[in-house]
Design a protein around this ligand. Structure first.
Ligand code: TXA
Ligand code: MG
Length: 345
């Protein structure tokens, strides 16, 4: 990727800017967030403007500890304590019923609920403490583009539109937090967005967990408003390649026969075999879903800047973290998947 220069700000500057109503980007373990004081409605409105985000899509409120949440929520569902103790700080967002007259409808998207998360990033925890207020934090990308996993990605999308970036290097996980709704009448928590805190890990703590039907069938309307939007998509069309070496070979041959220039997002082994036959490559290293997830958005952004007509991206089995990886990749690919039998149909 072209390296662009930006001036990073330090923690005290970032906290002061937040208190003044300015917008800054902050690091988390998942992706970079676009921060504003959650109690300052004008600042929160600006978040939507800067991202080009639809106003019915509510924001996650980031806190430095669970104590902070207690000012905005009166009734905590039974599983709250166990979930917070097991997964905070970490990539788990919890949705509660919001105490009336606390957050503006700009934060909640007009819902009766609000989403909270305590990110696992020391700089950002200190930032929230120094600012003394909770901060909203959607991913710091232009709406619809892949989420930013480096400060450079933030700069690319939001340069000139925000007051500064608190840089802490590349993020560790690479996809956004798991969103878990705790407000169902029957008390059973529901996953609205898959992330690094998997269904299996949640079940170990609270027993039964449901998954929003939208994540299983595209026909159902999602409960997390953000999940209905096309997301994470580069401009170059993406196809998921679900299969072995032979599937990649057929996909590449088929694209070449249409004179398409190809970019590959795959592991070292696949890249080594096909690098001479394609125009651009981005390797995520060894064949590991953790590595692929960590570098997915960086890879899509990098390939999107090359002169290519199509991106072929490697699939992973939809288990554990593979569920979150495939959820984001399917959105980027607009659900287009190549399997060995389907290529010449
Ligand atoms: O990892 C993350 O969660 C990152 C980092 C920066 O913390 N943030 C992030 O925020 O991904 P954002 O705004 O891009 O995604 C928030 C998701 C959206 O799908 C939104 O619709 C959903 O959470 N959400 C927020 N509040 C909600 C609510 N009250 N009810 C249902 N869904 C909600
Ligand atoms: Mg986002």
């Amino acid at each position: 990727m072209k390296t662009k220069q930006f001036t990073a700000i330090d923690l005290d500057q970032a906290a002061a800017l937040l208190r003044q109503g300015a917008l800054i980007a902050f690091p988390t373990e998942t992706v970079y967030g676009l921060g504003a004081n959650a109690l300052d409605e004008a600042a929160v409105k600006q978040v939507y403007v800067v991202k080009g985000r639809p106003s019915d899509n509510p924001l996650i409120v980031h806190v430095s500890d669970f104590e902070m949440v207690k000012q905005y929520v009166t009734d905590f569902p039974a599983h709250t304590k166990a979930l917070v103790e097991s997964f905070w700080p970490g990539p788990l967002t919890l949705i509660f019923e919001v105490k009336p007259q606390t957050f503006s409808t700009t934060v909640t998207g007009g819902l009766k609920t609000v989403a909270f998360r305590m990110p696992n990033n020391q700089k950002t925890i200190e930032l929230i403490k120094a600012a003394g207020v909770p901060i909203v934090g959607p991913s710091a990308n232009t709406s619809g583009k892949p989420s930013p996993t480096t400060a450079q990605h933030v700069y690319h999308d939001l340069h000139g539109k925000i007051a500064g970036i608190l840089d802490d290097g590349p993020t560790q996980i690479g996809v956004e937090s798991t969103v878990l709704d705790l407000t169902a009448k029957d008390g059973i928590p529901v996953i609205l967005r898959p992330g690094a805190v998997t269904k299996e890990r949640l079940e170990q703590v609270v027993g039964q967990i449901l998954v929003d039907q939208h994540l299983i069938s595209e026909k159902e309307a999602p409960k997390a408003p953000g999940m209905k939007y096309k997301h994470y998509a580069p401009d170059v069309p993406v196809w998921i390649v679900d299969g072995d070496q032979e599937t990649f070979r057929k996909a590449i041959e088929s694209a070449k026969s249409k004179n398409q220039r190809i970019g590959l997002f795959a592991d070292d082994r696949v890249i080594e075999i096909f690098s001479d036959e394609v125009e651009a490559v981005f390797s995520f290293g060894e064949e590991s879903v953790d590595q692929a997830t960590k570098l997915l958005f960086a890879g899509l952004r990098n390939l999107d800047e090359q002169s290519i007509d199509v991106i072929f991206a490697q699939a992973f089995p939809e288990v554990d973290l593979g569920i979150a990886y495939m959820n984001r990749l399917k959105k980027a690919a607009n659900q287009k998947i190549l399997k060995i039998d389907s290529i010449f149909e």
